[in-house]
Structure formats: structure tokens, C-alpha cells
Design a protein around this ligand. Sequence first.
Ligand code: AQP
Length: 339
Amino acid sequence: MTTHPQLVLSGMQPTNVLHLGNYLGALKNWVKLQDEMPCLYCVVDMHAITQDTGYRHPKELAAATREVTAAYIASGVDPKKSVLFNQSRVPEHAELAWIFNCVARLGWLGRMTQFKEKTGKHKERASVGLYTYPVLQVADILVYKATHVPVGEDQRQHLELSRDIAQKFNSDYDTPDFFPLPEPVIMGAGTRVMSLRDGTKKMSKSDESDYSRINLTDDADTISQKIRKARTDPNPLPDFEKGLEGRAEAENLVNIYAALLGKPKSEVIAAFAGKQFSEFKNALADLAVTTLTPIAAEMRRLLADPAEIDLILQAGAEKARGIAGPIMADVKRIVGFVA
Ligand code: AQP
């Protein structure tokens, strides 16, 4: 039985503009959790430099960090309620990551499917950082002793790693329950939003086709066009959930509609049973435009004042260091770096 107080930690990489998958899989739930327990939300800029698709140009990385921060706030993350900061401003993340690199086993990282998906046949050319990225992610969570991590389904395996590392550290150093075993919070119908071009691939910031995703900055016309062009099959919507089996693209659009509406998939199917996808897509486009265009407008307003965003990040980083500092001091004592 854990003795740790409930605390939420999650983050996103500033590798590109956030998309509907990031919003439905994670951000929407972040906003809800703010009223349930203390939350820390970070922009994980140190993760962004692990891939060549990340930002090599310093000004681009700084701009992307501000843009992701603006997306968090525009989606409803309130810097007065939650601690909002960018990872690199809190050096304790990297310090703990090194210790965890020495706790984690190579075999554990070898099983991480996301590394295999991201590198494909070119793993020899991948950065060492990309390989050990899940370990840094574990440090992001445990440097605050966070207990709950709201993420999309694709992050489940990395969350299991955080439990393995916490358990091994606690046992290796004979400090039972020093680190909590964090729980993934994966909820709603949008936990795995798929590409609009290929229902077997997840919607991703790094997909070459912009038509595969809806960006949080897309305008109403672009959103409608992307939904109208989304791949489906020639059949109408079924009148029961099982009728979507084996129809990945159709199921994805129904899931997106349900997640945007915050209602179960069964209700969406009941409302559109037997209708053609052309009609359903119009309704989906209207719903997506109504939900997303106010977020884009608020992002534009916030980004007009980058200095204000920097101040929010700086204030958040100070609060975050206030939590991480004492935990890291304990870790250094436990490991033997200080007597
Ligand atoms: N398609 C998705 N459906 C549901 N949730 C998703 N998430 C990402 N894609 C989907 C969730 O968003 C959070 C932030 O993810 P990230 O920025 O750390 O990077 P990622 O998971 O690697 O997302 P991308 O879009 O695929 O980025 P790139 O292309 O840069 O690698 C996580 O909680 C994730 O679960």
C-alpha cells in the first residue's frame, strides 16, 4: 500500500504543432485532472532533440516550446492551478535520468516498441538519446514522485517501465516505497486517435502528410477539408458497435466524434446508424470546428506576447524545482553521492 500523495505529471514534445490525437488522448484529460489533484505539466524540450525531426535550430525549438505552452493554456490548462514549465529549466530531470540509466537494464529498453517504430530499419543511425528517451521520461515523472500520468494508449509501455525502474531502485537501495509506482491515466474514446489517411497508424506530429492529422492551429476550412478527405470505406455506418470491426478508418472517425462529444461510442452509432459517411463527416467537421477553432484563436492571442509565455514557464520552473530539489537531495544521499 503506497503512502504517496496523489500528484499528476505529464508532458508533450515541442517537435511540431500539437494535433487532435494529443488533444483527445492527453490534453483534454489533463484539464479535467486539474480539479482533482495537484498537477505538473511540462513541455519536454529535452526529448525534442532526440530525433532529427526535432529542432536543430535553437530559435525554432524555443518557438515550438512557446507554441506548445500556448496550446496547453488555450486547451484549458490553467497556470494558476497547475505547475506549467519546460523540462530543460529543471536540471533535476537530467540528474535523475543518469541515475536511472544505471538502474534500468538494457533488455528492458530493447523491448520498447516506440523506438522500433520510430527508427524502422535505420536504428544504427538513431541517437543514443532516442534509445534512452523512456528513461528520461521515467525521471520526468519520479523526480516529483508523481503517482498519476495522463497519456494516450501509445505511452502505456513507457509507463510500465517507470514502475519497473521505481521498483528496482527501491529494492536495490533498500528504500521500500521511496518512489511510488506511477499509474497511467488512459481515459475516454480518444486514447488512440489514428491517422486520417491510414487507420492502422496513429495520428502523429511527424507524419509526412499534413492530411493525416488535424493540427490545433488549423482553420475551419482546413479542418473540414481534412475530414471530408479522410479515408473511409464504401459502407454506411453500422447500427451496432461490432459492425465497425475490421473497418479501422470508419472506427477512427466514430471514436473521434465520441471523444469530441465526451459521449460513449454506442450513442454516436445509435444517432448515425445506417447513414452514409458523407453525412457523418459533415457532422464531424462541424463538431471539430466548434471545438478546435476557439483553441486556435486563443493560441494566436497568447503567442502575440511571447514574453508573457516565458514568464509563465519561468515561474512554473521555479515551483517545479521547489518540489524536485528536495527529492533529488534524498536520492543523492540514498545513492551515496553525499554522506
Ligand atoms: N494519435 C494519438 N492518439 C492519442 N494520444 C496521442 N498522443 C500522441 N499521439 C496520440 C499522446 O500525446 C501525448 C504527447 O505525445 P508526445 O508529444 O510526447 O509525442 P508522441 O507520443 O511521440 O506524439 P506524436 O504526435 O507521435 O509525436 P512525434 O511524431 O513527434 O513522435 C502523449 O501522452 C501521447 O500518448
